[in-house]
Design a protein around this ligand. Structure first.
Ligand code: NMX
Ligand code: MLT
Length: 390
């Protein structure tokens, strides 16, 4: 059984060689054109960033080193007694490109659990961010929402998310634990261009330490077009429920959707910067609900499902968004709410715990490959016009 360090020691020299070859043999190869639309449109579609752990296909969705979410669900080890993917097996895959064995996964769980207690001095946090993030996030939850309630000690035989849910105070809820395992694993990386990943990469490229680099990413997550959307969706669905009453019909949902759009707001949980199909992460979380009758009886979860049945057609008719389908945030919060984790403001924190997997993976690669400080060329509108004329 390998440790994650030993697994990395095998992979790093290979990747270093790959980068060297790319630089020496193909440095002038053209990957695409830069259009004015790319520059004035938030760099959408521009192939301009190196990111090892995952690549997003507009139609198929995210692939982690080539594995789609259903492949990961089949191949990545779960927690003892659980069925869903866990953060450790996903982190191993993201970092090394290999599917870990059951024994390797358990060993990583133990290693993280052993480093997971909160330190006396905050500087120590920097040494082991990923392992300590759940304890930190759980302490914030307890301090804000249940002050004075004791936090259970880390169980060294439990996985990262199992311990996290325990420390949040929901450890006796096996279904919520499984949901959180799945959610945190599949939400762990979404290639490099999303706002939080890109922020980590940019700040990290100045050689700022991982704690500072990832803290910066959390500020990017705080925006409603990115990580805050998982709160916004639930608030919006609940307003819809209040407005349409007990009888949920497609027509009433359509009316509510149009009201939202006509007021100039976006429909939260729908659309995407790259995807052009329903998000496979949304589908995986829907499947989780479908396998549990108790969840199917929940009115908010029913509303999410029914909204999905009509929203794409409404958004197509509205005619603005390039992607009328749901993203992961269309459903993630409603399941947390069902299981009693009802504090919306905390949902983005969970996203933050999850995304550390991918962002910190890339920081490891940025250091292992010696990637340079990020510094794209910017242009003014006058400069663009001058370039077009020449
Ligand atoms: N509802 C209404 N209009 C929309 C939506 C939507 N869900 N999505 C995009 N549009 C509009 C968008 O505002 C823009 O309008 P305008 O031309 O007036 O500026 C137009 O459609 C074209 O936008 P796109 O190129 O399709 O989308 P873009 O790449 O700019 O933005 C999002 C992507 C995700 C920011 C956008 O779809 C959105 O605001 N969605 C709702 C918020 C959300 O769910 N965010 C979570 C994303 C996932 N995550 O975890 O981060
Ligand atoms: C994400 O998971 O970061 C979102 O889907 C946003 C993105 O990929 O652009």
């Amino acid at each position: 059984t390998k440790t994650i360090r030993e697994a990395l020691e095998e992979v790093v020299p290979r990747k270093q060689l790959q980068l060297k070859q790319l630089k020496t043999e193909h440095s002038q190869a053209v990957l695409g054109e830069v259009t004015v639309e790319n520059v004035v449109g938030g760099m959408r579609g521009l192939k301009a960033m190196l990111w090892e752990a995952s690549v997003l296909d507009p139609i198929e969705g995210i692939r982690f080193h080539g594995l789609a979410i259903p492949d990961c669900q089949k191949q990545l080890p779960a927690a003892p007694g659980g069925k869903e993917i866990i953060a450790e097996s996903m982190f191993w895959l993201l970092l090394t490109g290999k599917v870990p064995t059951e024994a390797e996964t358990r060993q990583l769980s133990r290693e993280l659990a052993e480093k997971g207690d909160l330190p006396e001095y905050i500087e120590k946090l920097i040494d082991s961010l990923l392992a300590r993030l759940p304890a930190l996030a759980a302490r914030i939850y307890r301090n804000v929402y249940n002050p004075g309630k004791p936090i259970p000690a880390i169980n060294k035989d439990l996985d990262l998310v199992g311990n996290y849910v325990n420390m949040l105070g929901f450890g006796d809820n096996h279904d919520l634990t499984e949901y959180m395992r799945l959610y945190i694993a599949i939400h762990g990386d979404h290639e490099g261009g999303n706002a939080s990943a890109h922020t980590t990469h940019l700040v990290g490229s100045t050689l700022a330490d991982p704690f500072i680099s990832y803290s910066a990413a959390l500020y990017a997550l705080a925006g409603p077009l990115h990580g805050l959307a998982n709160q916004e969706v639930l608030r919006w669905q609940m307003n819809m429920q209040k407005e349409i009453g007990d009888e949920i019909t497609h027509d009433k949902i359509k009316e509510f959707l149009w009201k939202t759009l006509k007021s100039g707001q976006v429909v939260p949980g729908y659309g995407h910067g790259v995807l052009r199909n329903p998000d496979p992460r949304f589908m995986a979380l829907q499947q989780f609900c479908e396998s549990r009758p108790q969840l199917l009886d929940d009115r908010v979860i029913q509303l999410v499902r029914k909204t999905y049945e009509v929203a794409p057609a409404v958004l197509k008719e509205h005619g603005k968004t390039k992607n009328p389908y749901p993203n992961v945030d269309a459903t993630s919060g409603c399941v947390l709410y069902h299981y009693g984790l009802t504090q919306f403001k905390y949902y983005t924190v969970i996203f933050g715990v999850s995304r550390a997997l991918g962002c910190l993976t890339q920081l490891v690669w940025a250091r292992a490959l010696g990637l340079p400080i990020e510094r794209p060329k910017s242009l003014s509108m006058d400069a663009i016009e001058k370039l077009i004329k020449n």
